[in-house]
Design a protein. Sequence first.
Length: 307
Amino acid sequence: MLHFLPAPLIGAIASILMLLNILLWVPILLLVSTIKLLLPFKRVRLLIDPQLLRIAEAWIAGNSGWMRLTQQLNWEISGIDTLSRQQWYLVVCNHQSWVDILVLQHVLNRRIPLLKFFLKKELIWVPIMGLAWWALEFPFMRRRSEAYLKQHPEERGKDAATTRAACEKYALIPTSVMNFLEGTRCTPAKQQHQQSPYQHLLKPKAGGVTLALEAMGEKFGAVLDITLIYPAGIPNFWEFLQGNVPKVIVQARTLPVPPLQALPAQRSEQWLRDACHLWVNQLWAEKDLQISKTLIKLTSSPYRSLI
């Protein structure tokens, strides 16, 4: 609607609207979450958690509102028509930009339960947003290198404990556990450093998915595999706010949950990790091929100027 304005002005308007939306909903979110903090009983949690999710969904709807006002996006979305808000999802997705989060929330809001992201521990200090993520019980993970863990073995397993504790809470009401399997945003430099075998992706990490399946695999009704594609190039957040992203492709497919959590007693944790690693590698090989096919199709399309 405002796309006729100069890009920097659009970016400024979008930034202000995004901030106002945060300032509207986060205080309400914190007020309601304080009740749960003061009364840490299961019955209270069952009453308060749905209210927190409704507040978060209203916040996301507000973001969708300013996006419609300031962006002239050509959306191409598939695979979301049969989704349900009444079941648990394990959601996996490729990761290229901070824009990914706004895109996912916009497309999936009120179609599935609220996405719960695994976040780096440092993000809890982000002004206002850190408190909001804490109130919504997003798990904060402290990533440690293998070299560090060898020097500090007491730190090993803490992220696993954090994940299990979060997943135990998520088991009470339908939740979507979100995992960017690459662990970080994909860039050509990171691909080269990793010597990634994929053309469009980084190597996937199976740790988060393994822990989620261990903790609540029997709760998940399906895996929601999402592929995000920006045909005109991966945008940074300011480019998105300015309305300089012409097209976004969101391809979703619903998959059965791998039966890795239903292990015979003799199976080891290492067996589970190895099996999950094979599963995510197969998933990523299919996703990489899917992205290549989509981009080739767009390149040969007579409407390629739209991208």
